[in-house]
Design a protein around this ligand. Structure first.
Ligand code: MN
Length: 505
């Protein structure tokens, strides 16, 4: 059975608090969603603003394969706004619970019903595909819900959707609820919110009950606790309803439920959306979190190296992710060996033992050892002297409430003095911009992630900066701990750069 995917990430992350994507960011995400095989993209809510309509028009004029939809209330002005944007369809939403009808709309049920049908007919008359959607459906009277849907189907709406607006379903209730609605003569869609962390489970329950389309967002972003997450549903459908752990890319189609989604692009899609929305993921986020395939403890890492299936439900490459071994107090010899191999460091048994002890004792102090730390430890033990290609000689910052943050830097690269300046949004940004310019002739290093922590409580706290840098397809992390946030940021960045350049040689 083929399941359609309607992605609502672009409706500003289904109204994730604080998110407002620009038109070009929306277009980038829409293009990616289209590339990975999303069937229907809800590009926004056309009535919202002039800028929103512009953003939706940008997407509709791109000629993507996906059907492009606008959110609309069951009112003429919303449908008109959608028409202005040249969308293929409207996600036409009517509240159906007494709570919403009486307290929000202050209308009668009859009024809401006739409004829904009028708006549906109006949209259909103007050539739009209509997905008639019941808001707060799971807290509505079932007879009324069916009456609205059946009346919609009678006038020709192409799909119906029942929303679990405040995430009140359980997987069992979801199965029963959508089973009952699946008797209506139109394709049924499920829209679940994650207030109890059950959005994905409830969506799967609905699909099992006969829903042939599901609504989702990338990374599960959305208002309050978010929506059902695209990647979790897709991977569940492909593996848990298919060949389980033995699932391989070649098995595409072995699941009872198929979708058009290219599973290998899930991680890169997640990264793109988190970068553009600024909503970063918890490390333990299923499927796409940074720790989803990370192993630290000795027993686990040992098992994974012998046979990854021991502690991984799918291989990370299936979703375009990567396995990694974290170095901390739980690290075992196998995991450490693996990391040293990746750094190209060959140690004798005795040297290895010493490196192992050092990493363990840093772990005991609560420190997580980054690649750069490990390399420093290892080089130290191996008594190798590291020649730093890029050295920081000076950094000067000008910042304040009336000036544009500006940084000037002096670097020594292979005994050559390099002077550069940069401006930024703040002093750290300015300093990194200047450093980037300084090394631009030597390497095109991208800053993938920047993370800062104050170790102690006061304004004189020690600042711990961790950066993740990319050069080509090589990614490394580096860290610096100093009282000054600018020095810490520049030092972490440069230590990462030096490591990357070393590997290039
Ligand atoms: Mn919603």
């Amino acid at each position: 059975m083929k399941i359609k995917v309607l992605d609502t990430t672009l409706r500003d992350g289904e109204q994730t608090p604080g998110i407002s994507l620009t038109a070009s960011e929306k277009l980038r995400i829409a293009t990616k969603l289209d590339e990975i095989g999303v069937n229907i993209i809800e590009a926004g809510s056309a009535i919202t603003s002039h800028g929103e309509r512009e953003a939706i028009r940008n997407i509709t004029s791109e000629g993507l394969n996906a059907e492009i939809a606008s959110f609309a209330r069951a009112v003429k002005i919303d449908v008109d706004a959608a028409l202005e944007c040249d969308v293929d369809s409207v996600h036409l939403v009517v509240p159906t619970s007494n709570l919403h009808i009486q307290h929000k709309l202050k209308k009668s049920k009859e009024e809401v019903l006739s409004q829904a049908i009028e708006a549906s007919e109006y949209a259909l008359d103007h050539g739009l595909i209509v997905e008639l959607s019941a808001e707060d459906a799971t807290r509505s009277d079932m007879n009324y819900l069916k009456e609205i849907f059946n009346s919609g189907v009678d006038v020709g709406v192409q799909r119906i959707c029942a929303c679990d607006t405040v995430g009140m379903l359980t997987p069992e209730k979801s199965y029963e609820f959508y089973s009952e609605l699946s008797t209506i003569k139109a394709p049924l869609s499920v829209h679940c919110h994650n207030d109890f962390g059950l959005a994905v489970a409830n969506t799967l329950g609905a699909i099992r009950a006969g829903a042939s389309e599901f609504h989702c967002t990338v990374n599960g972003i959305g208002e309050r606790a978010g929506n059902a997450s695209l990647e979790e549903i897709i991977v569940s459908l492909k593996t848990l309803y298919g060949k389980g752990q033995n699932y391989t890319i070649e098995d595409n189609g072995s699941s009872i439920y198929q979708t058009d989604i290219n599973i290998q692009e899930l991680y890169s899609t997640s990264k793109l959306v988190s970068r553009l929305t600024g909503v970063y993921l918890q490390p333990n986020k299923a499927i796409v979190g940074e720790n989803a395939f990370a192993h630290e403890s000795g027993i686990h890492a040992d098992g994974v190296i012998k046979n990854a299936a021991t502690y991984e439900p799918i291989v990370p490459e299936l979703v375009g992710h990567k396995r990694k071994f974290i170095m901390g107090k739980h690290i075992g010899t196998k995991g450490l060996k693996n990391n040293l191999d990746e750094l190209g460091i060959k140690a004798t048994d005795e040297q290895f033992k010493e490196i192992f002890e050092k990493v363990k004792s840093l772990g005991d102090m609560g420190k997580c050892v980054t690649d750069v730390d490990l390399q420093a430890i290892a080089y130290n033990v191996l008594e190798l002297k590291r020649e730093q290609k890029v050295k920081l000689e000076e950094v000067t910052i000008v910042s304040g409430n009336k000036v544009i943050p500006t940084a000037s830097i002096k670097l020594k690269i292979d005994d050559k003095d390099i002077l550069e300046a940069g401006v930024g949004i703040g002093p750290v940004d300015a300093a990194i911009v200047a450093v980037k310019k300084g090394i631009s002739d030597f390497a095109d290093v991208e800053l993938e992630e920047y993370h800062v922590d104050a170790i102690t409580g006061g304004t004189d706290a020690l600042i711990d900066v961790i950066v993740k840098l990319r050069l080509g397809d090589k990614i490394i992390s580096a860290r610096s701990t100093q009282p000054d946030i600018i020095n810490a940021s520049v030092e972490a960045y440069l230590s990462g750069v030096n490591r990357l350049l070393e590997d290039v040689k």
